[in-house]
Unconditional design. Structure first.
Length: 141
């Protein structure tokens, strides 16, 4: 659909691939079609809308951890390996090396930002700070 609708299908197709890669690596089983849309600009340009609802649903106990869209026939993100990425590349008519580069780049970005995101979350979460303080008090007294 991106190829037929977007005013810049090559760029939007890459964004869509990056979206699915993120969903797999971050464990987002909520990456379904209702989270995708196009923006129709007044001058006729049509582009893939910015993504939203990007969460790690695997961290939530009672939510199905299977991906909404399979990768190479696999919906369990923990089982998506090189074979499945290669199948996705073939299905999307992109080079396997190209897709593998996107996977490595996205994984690297997630790893690079994970610590600071966690620290920021912990600093902003008052309840978590309160729990930590209570635990330290209990342990140290």
């Amino acid at each position: 659909m991106v190829q037929n609708v977007s005013s810049d299908p090559a760029v939007d197709a890459e964004y869509l691939l990056r979206w699915q890669i993120f969903n797999v690596l971050a464990g987002n089983s909520d990456g379904h079609a209702k989270n995708l849309s196009f923006i129709y600009y007044p001058r006729g340009e049509v582009r893939l809308a910015p993504f939203y609802d990007l969460v790690c649903t695997r961290a939530i106990k009672y939510i199905d951890s299977n991906l909404a869209f399979s990768v190479g026939g696999e919906r369990n993100p923990g089982r998506v390996m090189q074979t499945q990425w290669n199948t996705l590349a073939n299905d999307c008519d992109v080079g396997q090396k190209y897709l593998n580069g996107l996977v490595k780049e996205t994984g690297g970005n997630l790893l690079e930002n994970m610590k600071s995101a966690r620290e920021q979350f912990e600093q902003q979460n008052v309840a978590l700070q309160r729990i930590r303080r209570h635990c330290y008090t209990a342990v140290l007294s």
